[in-house]
Design a protein around this ligand. Structure first.
Ligand SMILES: C[S@@+](CC[C@H](N)C(=O)[O-])C[C@H]1O[C@@H](n2cnc3c(N)ncnc32)[C@H](O)[C@@H]1O
Length: 234
């Protein structure tokens, strides 16, 4: 059963209703509101924490993108990746739970003269529509615990059309040695074996592990251990 939103409620209230529906009244406050507040505080300053330019790995996937179609940008934050996808001719839905990030994403989209649909929702609980997107992109969304990741990735698989393109970029456990961005929980980081287990059935599967300098905003800065995946849903 879906959560019922109150008509004309604020984004903050809408989010509280959604997570209360998902976790129950007590744990909603304990678990997700603190995480939500953490991201809101992080996005409060006017600077773009992850920069305004697209992630380097996403940009390197340009030739794989269709010339038109729908793209879903998971946890798209301040919009740099969703906006770039829209500039490539795609109809983009930018999904994130942070109103502060989405305000900045809207401003950047206006400045870049592209239209994007924004949805404020928890990516672990969103009702991913079946076979709705030609492209699904997840860039640095490693806030998910293993349980949450399973929910999120099941939704992402479901919502991709057959033949649709999946693009994922995240940090590997080696990133804990560099400390130049990303989560501190080792279980949230991605390995080749994990990606092969989850997406091994995808066509044209490419997984690239590398250590490289990344400078994307102030939040991702320095030598980094990253892994990127591209593949097509069977
Ligand atoms: C590391 S940032 C990356 C943002 C963007 N993908 C980029 O590369 O610039 C992680 C994003 O996930 C969002 N986020 C964290 N937990 C979330 C959740 N449960 N549901 C939706 N968004 C979430 C945050 O608001 C933030 O925008």
């Amino acid at each position: 059963m879906k959560a019922k939103l109150e008509p004309d409620c604020s984004p903050e209230r809408a989010f509280e209703i959604l997570i209360t529906h998902r976790f129950g009244r007590m744990s909603a406050r304990e678990q997700s509101l603190s995480e939500y507040a953490r991201w809101e505080a992080r996005f409060a300053p006017p600077e773009y924490a992850f920069g305004k330019e697209p992630n380097y790995f996403l940009k390197s996937c340009k030739t794989l993108l269709p010339q038109s179609g729908r793209a879903l940008a998971i946890a798209d934050g301040e919009g740099r990746n969703g906006i770039w996808l829209a500039q490539q001719g795609l109809d983009v839905l930018s999904l994130d739970f942070s109103p502060a990030a989405q305000r900045k994403a809207r401003a950047l989209a206006t400045k870049r003269q592209v239209e994007i649909e924004f949805v404020q929702a928890d990516v672990h609980a969103w009702d991913y529509p079946e076979s709705a997107f030609d492209v699904v992109v997840e860039i640095f969304a490693q806030f998910s615990s293993p349980y949450e990741r399973a929910e999120k990735w099941a939704g992402m698989r479901r919502t991709l059309k057959s033949g649709g393109l999946l693009i994922v970029q995240g940090y590997t456990p080696k990133q804990l040695e560099y400390g130049t961005g990303g989560p501190k929980q080792p279980e949230n980081l991605y390995t080749r074996a994990m990606l092969e287990r989850e997406f091994g059935g995808f066509g044209d599967l490419q997984i690239v592990e590398e250590e490289r300098e990344i400078h994307e905003g102030t939040s991702h800065a320095g030598l980094s251990a990253v892994i990127g995946l591209t593949g097509r849903k069977p």
